[in-house]
Design a protein around this ligand. Sequence first.
Ligand code: ZN
Length: 211
Amino acid sequence: MLKCDFGNLHREVERLESAGVELLHLDVMDGHFVPNLSYGPMVIERLREVTELPFDAHLMISEPDRYLDDYVSAGCDSITFHVEAVPEPIPLLRRIREAGCLAGLAINPGTPVDTIEKSVGDCDLVLVMSVEPGFGGQAFQPSALQKVRRLRQRTDDNVLISIDGGIGPDTITDCAVAGCDLYVVGSAIFEAVDYQAAINEMQTLAAMPAS
Ligand code: ZN
């Protein structure tokens, strides 16, 4: 939810829900950890009133520990923060779980996967960034696939691997082959005339390696 029509958020959520998305990925930016600003817990809380879809919050913010309670009470179901913002992430991952949410850890393109290997046991979700965080509409960086493969080999099957940045019909099958479970799609849906057709196409392409 970064490339959507912010003037019609309620309508956008309805369109996505009826088109069959499985969750809403909410990109939170603070103008400090990343150079852009987006929205925060107040907007999320209002969205919570209009849909039952799970909320997957991606906190691209400095000091996520300071604001965690706001995102929990806004109604997020999973909360992901960056290892680049919190180099010792285990205590915060545990706090997120104790709050009843799925705990996620995100990793930027320039950060080696070893950085998070000790922490994945405390994660429900690992978010591999396939672009630099902070802007929508960037080109997919194929080096992310190597990270996904390595994480898939070394983590439990119950840890979800999500990929974020430049995901669309041209990249989603490679992500599925590498071992992703979740795909964050922005422009490839929001720039489509027909959200349902775009989502159906990508669901089919993501399922191809299994069939
Ligand atoms: Zn994101």
